[in-house]
Design a binder for this molecule. Structure first.
Ligand SMILES: NC(=O)c1ccc[n+]([C@@H]2O[C@H](COP(=O)([O-])OP(=O)(O)OC[C@H]3O[C@@H](n4cnc5c(N)ncnc54)[C@H](O)[C@@H]3O)[C@@H](O)[C@H]2O)c1
Length: 270
């Protein structure tokens, strides 16, 4: 009988989730999956029109999503996002900090430390790190009440040395450490805080701006026979947010087809 079926812990029925940076790319895929699994999802993004469109697409699927504007670099805006969500839905169960400052101008100015443009450093930290901290700080009392979960999107690049994007990788490494800090401070209060670390994922921003030789080089060092898609990351983020990951806390899960798992140059040797 249907009523006797045990609840599938990967489902998110009845939960309220905020996904930042969900207007497109990885965040949009994760918001869609969370909504399909039963969550009411808030698409929170600085790109208001694209966020509305993403929420509408989820709605057309028959799932529940609304768009709320946020600028992660603006403290009052981040606080308002969390409070508005709780006021509309009465609770908050999942905070997925996925937004990041990724404009082509920032990418061009974020080189090695010797050539770092100070504004690029400040912008990376303001959005990726400080914004994530403020979101977690504001959400934590609500997540203690709901025994909820945080999932932070970091980057596989932040787990290894890289000659370029020193500000981006340092800001993501800081988020990895905050992930462990929150798990340590709030695990006993019922809150889980984990991170998903994508390798190169074929989102529009990557398809449009990454030089083709970088795609070829990355595929050459990927153990799987393909590059990553947004849905690959969405599956892990939605899992970490769910009760199925109930005993996973303070972890960083890499989703990169094995890219950083091995000694470079030896994949495929026989
Ligand atoms: N695509 C990849 O290869 C890759 C690899 C590693 C990590 N990541 C991480 O995955 C996440 C999603 O990236 P994506 O590739 O889907 O790119 P994306 O550009 O599609 O997503 C980033 C989103 O963040 C939003 N955003 C930017 N600044 C903001 C701000 N100040 N306030 C609110 N929202 C803001 C953007 O509007 C955008 O919708 C990011 O954290 C990124 O660092 C991506």
């Amino acid at each position: 009988m249907e009523g006797d079926q045990p609840r599938d812990p990967i489902m998110l029925d009845g939960k309220v989730a905020i996904v930042t940076g969900a207007a497109g790319g990885i965040g949009a895929a994760t918001a869609r999956l969370m909504a399909r699994r039963g969550a009411s999802v808030v698409i929170a993004d600085i790109a208001g029109d694209a966020a509305q469109a993403a929420a509408q697409r989820i709605g057309e699927d028959g799932a529940a999503a609304i768009a709320l504007p946020v600028d992660l670099a603006d403290e009052a805006s981040v606080v308002a996002l969390i409070e508005e969500t709780v006021s509309r839905f009465g609770r908050l169960d999942i905070l997925h900090n996925n937004a990041a400052a990724l404009t082509p101008e920032l990418h061009a100015a974020d080189l090695d430390i010797a050539r770092m443009e100070t504004w690029a450093w400040d912008r990376s930290f303001a959005v990726n790190c400080r914004g994530t901290m403020i979101a977690m700080r504001t959400a934590l009392p609500h997540l203690v009440t709901s025994r909820g979960a945080i999932v932070n999107t970091v980057a596989a690049m932040a787990l290894r040395g890289h000659a370029l994007q020193a500000a981006y990788t340092a800001s993501k490494a800081a988020v990895i450490q905050m992930t462990r800090s929150v798990a340590a401070s709030h695990g006993r209060l019922g809150v889980r805080c984990n991170a998903v670390a994508p390798g190169l994922i074929l989102t529009p921003v990557v398809r449009d701006h990454l030089p083709p030789e970088m795609l070829t080089m990355t595929l050459g060092e990927t153990l799987n026979d393909r590059l990553g898609e947004p849905e690959d990351v969405a599956q892990i983020a939605a899992f970490l947010a769910s009760d199925a990951a109930g005993h996973v806390n303070g972890q960083v899960v890499t989703v990169d087809g094995g890219y950083i798992s091995h000694i470079p140059g030896v994949s495929g040797l026989s």
